[in-house]
Design a protein around this ligand. Structure first.
Ligand code: BTN
Length: 338
């Protein structure tokens, strides 16, 4: 049965620009004629010329050769759907990828898409966010084309009480994706902040629309600092990027592919085998799992204690210093304490 073609969402990158970029990138070693490009993507040669200009204005280096055509000088590290989709074949995330050059927040877009019935596995990705959102009402700095700003719409067949496990799944996937580019092992601060040398380079915001017994949809929003040369003065003590830590640039494109493949793998494992393998993996890779001195800050209070493992639902257990026993932490900030 033919698949239904969905209407384009306002503000998303025109599919044909995506097709043009893919064509140029896949033929990076040759000069490809304007007429051939026009034929392949179904537009006029004038339109091809206009879009080449648009790509150049976005920093893509396309060389024009008199009488013969165009040639891309360096394949840009842009997160455009067609190329991503080819590489994600066989996962849940290959079918519907929406790309923005600029958007307020990919999580806000994905939550709206969830409301309007978009399918499980829809991915929203942006080169830049003007109002990126973090946990606890904080903002997420989202400079143009240096980080990964992506939100994934899921329709998990689980009750809302198991949602903390989804959050762990996302953190484990992001960690596995990043590890390949690193010589050191990143830590995970519960539930899913990724840390290098004690500073955060990846944060995840999980939002959902749920009824008492089922999640209608959940959005996993992932912000990964990749090629920032330095962090702003107010963030430098607590945040970092892969480039700062490794002193080299990283491919956002390859990282995002790895991240979505890992997410697919962990998510399917979670649905098939339940929480146990996820909790076991978290225990292996997070120093916050057990025996870590922490300060917990919730909306109501702030206290210190020592971590004492996770509950089967993924909730953190902390033995309080004030003698009030071991308590579950459902949400709140977890920081290292001395
Ligand atoms: C945190 O506070 O640690 C979570 C940060 C999550 C940021 C990402 S960037 C992509 C997605 N869109 C948003 O507005 N936020 C998330």
């Amino acid at each position: 049965m033919p698949t239904k073609r969905r209407a384009e969402l306002p503000g998303t990158t025109d599919r044909r620009i995506d097709a043009l970029l893919t064509l140029l990138a896949e033929n990076a070693t040759i000069v490809i004629s304007g007429a051939k490009i026009a034929r392949e993507i179904g537009v006029t040669r004038q339109q091809v010329w206009r879009w080449i200009e648009k790509l150049r204005s976005l920093g893509v280096r396309v060389k024009g050769h008199a009488h013969t055509g165009y040639h891309i000088e360096r394949v840009p590290d842009l997160l455009v759907p067609q190329m991503l989709s080819h590489r994600l074949y066989g996962t849940s995330f290959a079918r519907r990828i929406l790309h923005f050059f600029k958007v307020d927040s990919t999580n806000s877009v994905a939550m709206r898409l969830g409301e309007s019935g978009e399918p499980h596995g829809t991915v929203v990705v942006a080169e830049e966010q003007t109002a990126g959102r973090g946990r606890a009402g904080r903002s997420w700095t989202s400079e143009k084309s240096v980080g990964i700003y992506s939100s994934i719409l899921l329709r998990p067949p689980i009750p809302p009480a198991h949602a903390p496990l989804l959050t762990l799944v996302a953190g484990l996937a992001a960690r596995d994706a990043a590890v390949e580019d690193l010589d050191v092992q990143p830590d995970i601060r519960w539930p899913n902040d990724l840390l290098l040398n004690g500073r955060k380079f990846c944060g995840i915001l999980t939002e959902m629309h749920a009824e008492p017994d089922r999640i209608r949809h959940a959005v996993i929003g992932i912000g990964l600092n990749v090629n920032q040369a330095k962090m702003s003065r107010d963030l430098a003590d607590i945040a970092t990027s892969l480039r700062i830590e490794t002193r080299r640039m990283h491919s956002r494109f390859e990282l995002l592919i790895r991240l979505l493949r890992c997410l697919d793998r962990y998510y399917n494992q979670f649905l098939a085998d339940g929480a146990t393998p996820i909790l076991r993996r978290f225990a292996e890779v997070s120093s916050y799992f057990k025996g870590k001195r922490v300060r917990i800050t919730t909306a109501k209070e702030s206290f210190t204690g020592t971590t004492a493992g996770l509950e089967p639902s993924g909730v953190l257990r902390v033995a309080r210093d004030d003698g009030r026993g071991i308590v579950p932490i459902l949400s709140g900030d977890v920081g290292e304490a001395s």
